[in-house]
Each structure stands twice: as structure tokens, then as C-alpha cells.
Design a protein around this ligand. Structure first.
Ligand code: AHM
Ligand code: MG
Length: 332
């Protein structure tokens, strides 16, 4: 039986083995993220009650319309991390350029950079469906005390020191890894405390759910079409069940818990798919692998890809080991 009374705060203090180095600094950084998550959760719970779910008319770097809550979440995370003087730079889906944080003495001595999608799946807010914050944390490669550079963010995902997400669903949950397995915490909103609810999460090696936006079928490569036909065949344990929320946080979390495969393939209009390598694919790839799952772009391990652009897109196939490996045989 898991210890149901262990809080995230206690967990961070009790498990120094979670942090390979700089225990205190990385712990403080995760504390800042969990705090901003509470602020965003509180705001999201008011959606529909106040005039906050409409668009504000501006577009972000991908040319998509921003929602007010996207902007709120982006500011909540940036302000929390900046005010606590805990990182030297941030890349956010909502900001075209990387954010360089100068630090209290204009010589930023912080070691970490954060990549994040402050509110993923935000088109789902107006219809009361789960959205989430996705984050990845890296050690900077530029010297401490100098301004952050793009190279600090263009590191392969296998160099993440921590990654995770906060899901704002039927409950608010924070799930993260520092490379020592994956643990999930559920927020008790009455007292604002996250409790360890999902210790040492393991992805089943096989499941029976496939998750993809099949509306794009005609534009998928032949290998992806063939794989979709395969999962729909009446043979052995197939056809699989289809589930697609359209919020990566919800779709991948379900895949982690129940097993299955989630994919966002390339298509004729989107040769690199839709998902962003830095702050969508890599954090989930790290979580999946830490929980015994697999994440690839169809042919290679996501975590080994060296990014070339901070907002780069990448096809994504993640989930149960046996299922992702099977899907890859169709991509060859
Ligand atoms: P966003 O960052 O603009 O919200 O886009 C990412 C989201 C993912 O959460 C989700 O899996 C995907 O877009 C859904 O896209 P589509 O509507 O093309 O299926
Ligand atoms: Mg997103």
C-alpha cells in the first residue's frame, strides 16, 4: 500500500537520491513549478464563470490564436520562475524567442533552463476537457554567470534532468521524473497540497488502445495507414479500442496508466507532425521511458534527436513497448 499521506513537499525532501546533483536547487525549481501549477489550476477552475475563456485576438509563433488562459498560464509560470531567481532561461510555446533571465545581480548564476508548454490542449478549455502544463528541465551548457544562449535549449532530450506535466482534469495532478522512475501527485484543492497518489508508475508493456487523430488519415504516409489498418484488424487481441481526447497530456497520461499507443504522425501538410520536440515530445519521451515505455519519431528514439530550432516539430509515437515497436515495423 502506498503511503497516502506523503505530500509532494515531503517527497522532494525525503528523496535526495532523486537529484543527481544540486538537490536543493532542483528541488526549489520543482517547488516553483508545483506552485505555479496551483495558481493555474485555481484559475482554470473558474473557466466559464468569468469572462476568461474567450480569445484575446493575438497569435503566437505557430500562427495559432491564443486564449486568455494560455496567456495567464504562461505569465504565471514565467513570473514564478523569474521571481524566485531559480532559472537562467525559459523557452515557452507562447513566446517566439527564448527568455533570458538576468538574475538579481545581472549575472545569472542559476544552472537550469526550463522548456514548457504552459497550457497544452487549450482548444479544449471551452468544452471543459483536460488541459495541462508540460515541462522539461536542463542544465545549461553555457558558463554560469553569462547570458543564456540558444544552445542551452538545443540539447537532446536525453540530457533532461527532470521533466513532467501538470494535468488540469477531473483532478489536478503533477507527474514528474528526475530519472529515478515516475511518480504522480494529486492536488487536494481544499488545502492546496499535492499527495503522492501514483508511486513508481509503470507503463504496461502492451495495451489495447490506439490514440491518433484519424481525421488526417488520407494525408498520413502509407506505413501509418497500414499500421492503422493493422490495429483495426480482427485478429489475435485486435481490433484495439480507439480513444483520442486531443489533449496530449490526457492522451499520454491514459497511455501511461492503461497501456496503449499514442501517435501524431507526419502528414502531407505537416511533414514533421504537429507536436513540438522541446516542450511536448521530449518531456513525455523521458516520462514514458522512465516508466518502462518507449517514444520514437517512427524510426528513432525521440530522446536522441539533437534539436535545431527551439520550436521545432517532430512526429511522435509513444506508449507501451511492444505496441510502439510493432508500429515502427510499419514505418520502414
Ligand atoms: P497546442 O499546444 O496548440 O495545444 O497543440 C498541441 C495539442 C496536443 O495536446 C494534442 O495532442 C494535439 O494538439 C491535437 O492536435 P489535433 O487537433 O491536430 O489532433
Ligand atoms: Mg502544446
Amino acid at each position: 500500500m502506498p503511503n497516502r499521506t506523503l505530500t509532494l513537499g515531503e517527497f522532494l525532501i525525503d528523496r535526495p537520491e532523486e537529484f543527481e546533483y544540486d538537490n536543493a536547487e532542483l528541488g526549489q525549481l520543482l517547488n516553483a513549478i508545483r506552485l505555479a501549477g496551483k495558481v493555474v489550476s485555481h484559475e482554470i477552475r473558474k473557466a466559464g464563470l468569468v469572462d476568461i475563456t474567450g480569445t484575446i485576438g493575438s497569435t503566437n509563433v505557430q500562427g495559432e490564436e491564443q486564449k486568455k488562459l494560455d496567456v495567464f498560464a504562461n505569465e504565471a509560470f514565467i513570473n514564478t520562475l523569474t521571481n524566485r531567481d531559480i532559472v537562467c532561461g525559459i523557452v515557452s510555446e507562447e513566446n517566439d524567442e527564448m527568455i533570458s533571465i538576468s538574475g538579481s545581480d545581472n549575472r545569472n548564476r542559476n544552472k537550469y533552463v526550463v522548456v514548457m508548454d504552459p497550457l497544452d490542449g487549450s482548444s479544449n478549455i471551452d468544452v471543459n476537457i483536460t488541459v495541462g502544463t508540460i515541462f522539461g528541465i536542463y542544465r545549461r551548457v553555457s558558463p554560469v554567470g553569462t547570458p543564456v544562449t540558444e544552445e542551452d535549449f538545443l540539447q537532446p532530450g536525453n540530457l533532461q534532468v527532470a521533466a513532467g506535466f501538470i494535468a488540469y482534469g477531473t483532478s489536478t495532478m503533477m507527474v514528474y521524473t528526475t530519472g529515478n522512475g515516475v511518480n504522480g501527485f494529486t492536488l487536494n484543492p481544499a488545502i492546496g497540497t499535492y499527495y503522492l497518489s501514483h508511486p513508481n508508475i509503470q507503463v504496461p508493456t502492451k495495451g489495447n488502445i490506439y490514440s491518433v487523430n484519424e481525421g488526417g488519415y488520407v494525408h498520413f504516409p502509407q506505413g501509418v495507414k497500414n499500421y492503422i489498418k493493422y490495429v483495426q484488424q480482427e485478429e489475435e487481441d485486435r481490433p484495439y479500442t480507439s480513444r483520442y481526447v486531443g489533449s496530449m497530456v490526457a492522451d499520454v497520461w491514459r497511455t501511461i496508466l492503461l497501456g496503449g499507443i499514442y501517435f501524431y504522425p507526419p502528414s502531407t501538410g505537416k511533414p514533421d507532425g504537429k507536436l513540438r520536440l522541446l516542450y511536448e515530445c521530449n518531456p513525455f519521451a523521458f516520462l514514458l521511458e522512465q516508466a518502462g515505455g518507449v517514444a520514437t519519431d517512427g524510426t528513432q528514439r525521440i530522446l536522441d534527436i539533437k534539436p535545431t530550432d527551439i520550436h521545432q516539430r517532430m512526429p511522435f509515437f509513444g506508449g507501451s513497448k511492444e505496441m510502439v515497436e510493432k508500429a515502427m515495423t510499419f514505418m520502414k
